[in-house]
Design a binder for this molecule. Structure first.
Ligand code: ZN
Length: 139
């Protein structure tokens, strides 16, 4: 399978926050007034999307359980950039191909994400310390 990374689009930057309210205070002070809050039970997080003009979003992530990966991240490192998300097509095939190439994946098959997307994560050990999310719009 031929993959052209330049066809990927930067979808959002995920930022771990203790609470959406706390995170939002800062972004509202910067001048953001439009946002959307959504709960993602599969990830045990509440997310708040702030949209930029070039279609890239800032995603604030608040854990809804101590079992949430975000809760673990916050405990270890405190608030800050958690992941970068690329929008892709044919996520299933892409994951199969990456597995074949020996790239360490957290998800070998997609799972449900925010905004009615399918998502999968690439392990930060594979990518030089950056947690990468791949996301495909459903339907
Ligand atoms: Zn994300």
């Amino acid at each position: 399978m031929n993959i052209d990374f330049s066809n990927f689009e930067l979808d959002h930057l995920g930022i771990a926050v203790n609470t959406i309210e706390e995170g939002l205070q800062f972004y509202q002070a910067l001048g953001f007034d439009k946002y959307e809050i959504e709960e993602v039970p599969s990830e045990k997080v509440k997310v708040c999307f702030l949209s930029l003009r070039n279609q890239v979003n800032i995603e604030l992530l608040e854990p809804t359980s101590t079992e949430s990966p975000i809760a673990k991240f916050l405990a270890k490192r405190g608030p800050g950039i958690h992941h970068i998300c690329y929008r892709v097509e044919n996520l299933e095939q892409l994951l199969q191909e990456y597995k074949k190439r020996g790239i360490r994946l957290i998800d070998e098959t997609p799972r449900p994400g925010a905004h009615n997307c399918k998502v999968a994560f690439i392990h930060p050990k594979a990518s030089g310390g950056v947690l990468i999310e791949l996301s495909e719009k459903r339907g």
